[in-house]
Design a binder for this molecule. Sequence first.
Ligand code: MD3
Ligand code: FE
Length: 211
Amino acid sequence: MLASDLPPGVVLRRGFLDAAAQEALAREIREIVTRAPLFVSVMPKTGAPMSVRMTNCGSLGWMSDKERGYRYEPRHPVTGEPWPAIPKVLLDAWGMLADCPAPPEACLINAYGPEARMGLHQDRDEKELSAPIVSFSLGADCLFRIGGLKRGGATVPLVLSSGDVLILGGEARMRHHGVDRILPTLAPPNVLQLPAGAVRVNLTLRRVNGA
Ligand code: MD3
Ligand code: FE
């Protein structure tokens, strides 16, 4: 898969985070998770648990429960505490990559075990759709898939590796996407110390409300 084959609005910066930056970010994530523990969101209405565990940093964090569904909240659903601050390295990357004058309110942190996946979906819980989503991958490779604006069209597979940053803006913002599976990565990324049980962590910076 060549970067030039990506759909319009999708920008992939492979290795944007070097090994030292990945280790520093992994340390910040461990610190965030001690204060805002990973939790399991469940699907609206069915209550089916997601296989990915999550937490957030920033003034708002994404979650879902059976009764009230997908939404952003200013506090952790279990501890009731405000989310920790977004690490400076991520805010700096947003400033470099996002082409958006306002900082992100939310950073969703998804923690994948070896069997976790994320079904094809759209990110549509944000009011602000003109800002991009900026995604950072750490740890094991994953097989990612990006589809169209409507469900059921063609999809493009993509491997996301540790240190890669994906920017989803413009006409790509509302594309369907998902994580098919975690790949058994053997080499250096595995030395990253991720939170217990996680082999891959993805962080997504988001503008939620209008600037
Ligand atoms: C393409 N996370 O948290 S990040 C999510 O790897 C989510 O954990 C995945 O999808 C993960 O909602 C993928 C890359 C990503 C994020 C948002 C997108 C790709 C996107 C929005 C539109 C199109
Ligand atoms: Fe998503």
